[in-house]
Ligand binder design. Structure first.
Ligand code: NAD
Length: 550
């Protein structure tokens, strides 16, 4: 059985309250064809990141949400509803745990066995926790990353530079737009032409070609003219990157967002068409992983060579360095990950990918919210610039939504303001507020968010668990704990948070609490690791940390 799911809009609800309705609508939204990469298989993004374990579980979740009382909580175990308990009205309506394995068994082989038996599902980050909003969800973070790279290397702009990357999937699709928003040229390689087409349809990518000659010609012309341009090139990165090196073509920045975190389902080995890859995956998974790992090693070797040639090279959170290292590339970690290179100072202030979606489906609700954000934070110049660009260039996918990196204090202020706008009717229906798991206080991921922590605490997983626990205690609407998102099995633990602004006084209390505890965990985590920005943020904004260093 498969079903075609589309985002549900309007003011009429089928559940017993807006909070339950919000969970249902966000589940639908995750699987809307405009939003999801392979909705027929329940796959939302990021390799095989799914919204529900199978269609039977999906329907059981739907029905349970429709019947769920305002003082009950549904439990989801890896995409399957497993129990409903009476709790209380300020408790979460849904608690989710996805893909969590006991550490000794926490690898893809064991996960894939359980997945085949129907006992598990890969939740990625926001796929299994129902707060994916399409490529917009990542685009601001990607934009900020390239902006910081430009500040550190090129006087604040990518004008006149060429960025080479691969992977135009759900997240990776944000790369071309982020590069052109920073005025640069992006050359993006993907083996799957349909992914390239999707990015063109949603205005994240300018043009496509299957000719490397043409791609390089167009890239060089745009670079020389100082014009922003993004080019999608159909090809396999493990081959194309070496071709570019062989031709001596100069590249300025190199990164990658193929789904390297999942060697079986995410990365296509060189020499294989999509069809051939699919066949091999089904017939001989061991051979597939061997070939894809060898291709990834080759891909990373090319990235290292670009670095030697003078390019700025960084890992974009897909764990490709680890796969290459395990396959024998000893210096795979010679280039840094994007978090220590560009993002950590933001995390220290509790800043991260705060997002919200309009359950009405009315884009005007987001316009009203944007206006409010401008009124509340006029001194935040980066945010103002971002809103100008987002309003002009971001096409909504599924429910209208907005991403805005806000920090400790700002998130609670914005959440409460949104609740007031719902209460007054200026926003026509409740707003769902959440974030990516890739955030300041919600992830332990030693090759990504917690790479090279100042005190060496990269692999300490307690923080992610504490984040989920405190957000549950504070009254989030649905709270999740996941394993393996972003970087794959064995490499990360992370937590998700969603809270609904329905305009009631009870929601205001919950919003005020959750939107303080959640970024507060980011400040506490980084202050504990000894980062001055976090220590100062805690002192200035009053985050209570018992053993804070003076
Ligand atoms: P996705 O699975 O939707 O897309 C991956 C893309 O890579 C597909 O379009 C696929 O065709 C392409 N691809 C696979 N092998 C290739 C090859 N050899 N050459 C060229 N293209 C190839 O995944 P996504 O959601 O876009 O995420 C991409 C990666 O980034 C994942 O590993 C994900 O975990 C990671 N990620 C990064 C961030 C971030 O902020 N940087 C956030 C979330 C996820």
């Amino acid at each position: 059985m498969t079903r075609k799911i589309t985002a549900k809009t309007g003011l009429e609800i089928e559940c017993k309250g807006w909070e339950q309705e919000a969970a249902l609508r966000m589940l639908y939204n995750n699987l809307d064809p405009e939003v999801a990469e392979r909705p027929e298989d329940l796959v939302v993004y990021g390799g095989i990141g799914k919204a529900a374990r199978n269609w039977e579980s999906f329907e059981a979740i739907e029905n349970t949400l429709r019947n769920l009382e305002a003082d009950e909580t549904m439990l989801i175990q890896s995409g399957k509803p497993v129990a409903v308990f009476k709790t209380h009205e300020e408790a979460p309506r849904v608690l989710l745990s996805n893909s969590v394995l006991i550490p000794k068994w926490a690898n893809w082989e064991h996960f894939n066995e359980l997945d085949k038996k129907g006992l598990m599902m890969y939740g990625q980050m926001t796929a299994g926790s129902w707060i994916y909003i399409g490529s917009q969800g990542i685009v601001q973070g990607t934009y900020e990353t390239f902006a910081e790279l430009a500040n550190q290397n090129y006087d604040g702009t990518l004008r006149g530079t060429i960025t080479l990357t691969a992977g135009l999937g759900g997240m990776g699709g944000a790369q071309p737009l982020s590069v052109t928003m920073n005025e640069g040229v992006a050359l993006c390689v993907d083996v799957d032409e349909t992914r390239i087409d999707k990015r063109i349809e949603t205005r994240y990518l300018d043009i496509k070609t299957d000719s490397l000659d043409e791609a390089l010609k167009l890239a060089a012309e745009a670079r020389d003219a100082g014009k922003p341009l993004s080019i999608g090139l159909i090809g396999n990165a493990a081959e194309v990157h070496h071709e570019i090196l062989n031709r001596g073509f100069e590249i300025d920045v190199v990164t990658d967002q193929t789904s390297a975190h999942d060697p079986l389902n995410g990365y296509v080995p060189e020499g294989y068409s999509l069809e051939e890859a699919k066949k091999l995956r089904e017939e001989n998974s061991e051979e597939y992983v061997k070939l894809s790992s060898a291709s990834m090693a080759k891909h990373v070797e090319a990235m290292l060579q670009f670095q030697k040639n003078g390019a700025v090279v960084f890992d974009y959170g897909n764990n490709i360095r680890q796969v290459a290292f395990d396959t024998g590339v000893e210096n795979a970690f010679d280039f840094p990950g994007f978090v220590p290179a560009y993002i950590r100072p933001l995390f220290c202030e509790g800043k991260g990918p705060f997002r919200f979606a309009a359950l009405s489906g009315d884009p005007n609700d987001i316009a009203v919210a944007d206006k409010k954000m401008r009124e509340l934070f006029p001194e935040n110049e980066k945010l103002m610039r971002w809103l100008d660009m987002a309003e002009e260039k971001i096409a909504f996918q599924g429910l209208p939504a907005r991403i805005a990196w806000l920090g400790y204090g700002e998130r609670a202020k914005m959440g409460l303001a949104l609740n007031e706008l719902v209460k007054s009717g200026e926003i026509s229906a409740p707003i769902v507020i959440g974030r990516d798991h890739l955030d300041s206080g919600s992830v332990a991921s030693p090759n990504r968010e917690t790479e090279s922590m100042k005190d060496g605490s990269d692999a300490v997983g307690d923080w992610a668990i504490l984040n989920a626990l405190v957000n549950t205690a504070a009254g989030g609407s649905w709270i999740s704990v996941h394993h393996g998102g972003g970087v794959g099995m064995g490499y990360s633990l992370h937590a998700g948070m969603v809270v609904v602004a329905d305009g009631t006084d009870r929601a205001a209390k919950r919003l005020g609490r959750v939107l303080t505890t959640d970024p507060g965990m980011g400040v506490a985590r980084h202050a504990d690791a000894g980062y001055d920005i976090a220590i100062n943020t805690a002192k200035e904004r009053g985050v209570n940390i018992p053993m804070l260093k003076e």
